[in-house]
Design a protein around this ligand. Structure first.
Ligand SMILES: Nc1ncnc2c1ncn2[C@@H]1O[C@H](COP(=O)(O)OP(=O)(O)OP(=O)(O)O)[C@@H](O)[C@H]1O
Length: 251
């Protein structure tokens, strides 16, 4: 369960001028075992909210409680322990080019746990099988297609069996069929582990095929929170325009 309570954040421009308020008193509960899709136009605050859930960025006001622990006041030491709870696939969190596929996937386990190497290898092989890349462990990322790289990213994000998994644009740059396959894979992973997942994606047509609930951000505010069906039938003009990709409307 992720509980976001009245979170606000502003940035001061380096050259002076008025602060840019990027989150405005956002409150939101993501229930355990929910696949939550966070949508909204560019620069509306979606990625910032994901970063705050991990404790990577602190809000100016409000707090975020993850499985009963307040990540906004957690010390660096607490956060290190808490990061075992999190699997992440961030927008620019590309694979390490100098590491093999197997070492990329093993990376969170080596950094966050002291599991023996044979156990790590077992888990890497199991993850590779899950994302249909058995035998790819010694390959280098440069030799993979875009879709294969994303699947390696999914394997890395899920290897610690984290109870909370965050994805920022997990299928960006892929063709529609490969993109749908990535979303289906994420959904399967989430259901198999009953993880709580928050996913940002601008590929609404595919995102909304796998979400349980949807939230829409607009200029730093959460203007909608409801089930996927409610999002699709919303009459709120901004939500309706965005969800259905209409050219006419307030956006
Ligand atoms: N470190 C930072 N310093 C200053 N401003 C920032 C910083 N990070 C983000 N912002 C600003 O916060 C706002 C929200 O950014 P965010 O990345 O959360 O948007 P987003 O909704 O994820 O957008 P997109 O869909 O384009 O990725 C933007 O105006 C951005 O310029």
């Amino acid at each position: 369960m992720i509980s976001i309570e009245g979170v606000s954040k502003s940035f001061r421009p380096t050259g002076g001028g008025p602060p840019n308020q990027v989150l405005r008193s956002v409150s939101l509960d993501v229930p355990r075992g929910c696949l939550y899709g966070l949508i909204g136009p560019g620069a509306s605050g979606k990625s910032i909210l994901l970063k705050m859930i991990t404790g990577l960025m602190k809000p100016d006001h409000g707090r975020i409680v993850v499985d009963g622990e307040d990540v906004t006041t957690a010390s660096e030491l607490d956060l290190q322990r808490l990061r075992l709870k999190f699997g992440m696939l961030f927008q620019n969190n590309a694979l390490f080019d100098h590491l093999t596929v197997g070492d990329n996937i093993a990376f969170p386990l080596r950094r966050l746990t002291d599991l023996p190497e044979d156990e790590i290898k077992k888990r890497v092989d199991e993850r590779l099988a899950h994302v249909a890349l058995t035998g790819f462990d010694t390959r280098m990322p440069a030799g993979l297609s875009g879709g294969q790289k994303k699947r390696v990213g999914v394997a890395r994000a899920t290897i610690t069996q984290a109870s909370i998994v965050l994805y920022d644009e997990p299928a960006a740059g892929l063709d529609p069929v490969t993109s749908q396959k990535i979303f289906d894979l994420l959904r399967e992973e989430q259901q198999a582990s009953n993880a709580t997942v928050v996913m940002v994606s601008s590929d609404l047509d595919r995102l909304l095929t796998v979400t349980d609930r949807v939230g829409m951000m607009y200029r730093g505010e959460l203007i909608f929170d409801g089930t996927t069906a409610e999002a699709k039938s919303s009459t709120e003009p901004r939500v309706k325009q965005f969800v259905h990709g209409l050219t006419e409307g307030p956006l």
